[in-house]
Design a protein around this ligand. Structure first.
Ligand code: PLP
Length: 394
């Protein structure tokens, strides 16, 4: 007699690699002490929020005794917060957005769920480009969809538009792309996104209903070497941006995100109405009240990305000197090197013997690689050098 559903029981048994590494890390730290372990497994932003966040919180505290400061509000967020975000995104994305084109959500995770709930019929397919953020599969299944992946190009992790077009069928309702990418650090360029938009337009025509292009972009702010992240909203009629303030303002625990619809989308008022409803009936009810105040004051500021850039360079030097093969991340805070010997699970276990924690690429649909997150201080990165050298020797 099971207390839980078969599906969830299966998920628990095959619990995610990130979670396994997280638990292994706790055990290692208990055994050898925090200082001995170099934990590159979790993408929990460790930089302090920018000063504007603290300032906004102090100002809000002065209103804490007033009625409704923390009360319910409309399901898509405070109208003033939506309008402020719409103005900000208009300049960021190079389109004209109004408050009605933007819905505030509980993180990008909540935004993806609200969106999928609004557009999927039972059995509809959602495609994602692999390697991919592992939660996508769960989110699609939450809403009765079928999740399928299409590999990116080997080694460069660039979009394989021909493969995506070939994978689209009559049941395909959406494609999720994530740039800058977790776990590969790749940024898709304008040429490949333009080609992708054309392919999706053709496929939507052919199958007689819109195929949405969901751009999951919480790492947009974090690109290196002056690389620009092109916007999809002006490129494709059925493009949707889903993002959050988890990484750029280090507000991951405050759970504030959003969905923005392309102003090219005809009849999008119906979709906005659907998103307000799904945000509510999924039990999110409304986005966090405090987070919206913080966002409104801190929009335009961000954590010190120079710190991530220095860590990236340091880690790249260590990996290169030790003999690892990898593509330099163009954005986000992850490396996705090739696992020496080809077996990523075996190699991650070997690293663990050196008290270095990584996540096997298999957990992201990218076997033969492993993921390292640089949400840790430079001292930890420096300390890992010997472990990386010894592990590659066998
Ligand atoms: N998408 C990607 C690619 C992520 O890496 C994450 C978090 O790590 C999320 C979405 C969800 O972020 P949040 O719900 O905190 O905005």
């Amino acid at each position: 007699m099971s207390l839980i559903s078969q599906q969830i029981s299966g998920y628990l048994e095959r619990s995610s690699w990130i979670r396994k590494m997280f638990e292994a890390g706790i055990a290692l730290k208990q055994q050898y002490g925090e200082e001995a372990v170099c934990d590159f497994s979790l993408g929990n932003p460790d930089l302090p929020a920018p000063p504007a966040v603290g300032q906004a919180l102090r100002e809000l505290a002065d209103h804490a005794g007033e009625p409704f400061t923390f009360g319910y509000m409309p399901n898509g967020g405070y109208p003033w917060a939506r309008a402020k975000l719409a103005a900000h995104l208009s300049s960021e994305q190079g389109v004209d957005l109004t408050a009605d084109d933007v819905v505030l959500t509980c993180g990008a995770a909540g935004g993806l769920n609200a969106f999928l709930r609004a557009v999927l019929e039972p059995g509809d397919e959602v495609l994602a480009v692999s390697p991919f953020f592992v939660e996508y599969g769960f989110y699609v299944a939450n809403h009765g969809g079928a999740f399928r992946t299409v590999p990116s190009k080997p080694d460069t992790f660039a979009l394989d538009v021909a493969a995506i077009e070939a994978a689209i069928g009559p049941k395909t309702r959406a494609l999720i792309v994530n740039s800058p990418n977790n776990p590969t650090g790749v940024i898709y360029n304008r040429a490949e996104l333009t080609e992708l938009a054309a392919a999706l337009g053709r496929a939507s025509q052919k199958h007689g209903r819109p195929i949405f292009l969901i751009s999951d972009e919480p790492y947009r702010f974090l690109s290196y070497d002056g690389d620009k992240v092109p916007s999809l909203l002006p490129l494709y009629q059925h493009a949707v941006v889903v993002s959050s303030f988890s990484k750029n303002l280090s507000l991951a625990g405050e759970r504030l995100g959003y969905i923005a619809l392309s102003p090219l989308m005809e009849g999008r008022a119906t979709l906005t109405a659907a998103l307000l409803l799904t945000n509510r009936i999924l039990g999110f009810v409304n986005p966090p009240a405090v987070g919206q105040h913080l966002m409104a004051k801190a929009l335009g500021s961000q954590v010190d990305a120079g710190i991530y850039a220095r860590r990236r360079d340091m880690m790249a030097r260590i990996l290169r000197d030790a003999g690892y093969e990898f593509q330099m991340p163009a954005g986000a805070f992850y490396f996705f090197p090739k696992a020496p010997g080809g077996d990523d699970v075996k190699f991650v276990n070997r690293l663990m013997e050196e008290k270095v924690l990584a996540v096997p690429g298999s957990g992201f649909g990218g076997p033969g690689h492993f993921r390292l997150t640089f949400c840790v201080g430079e001292d930890v990165i420096a300390r890992s050098e010997e472990g990386f050298r010894r592990a590659i020797r066998g």
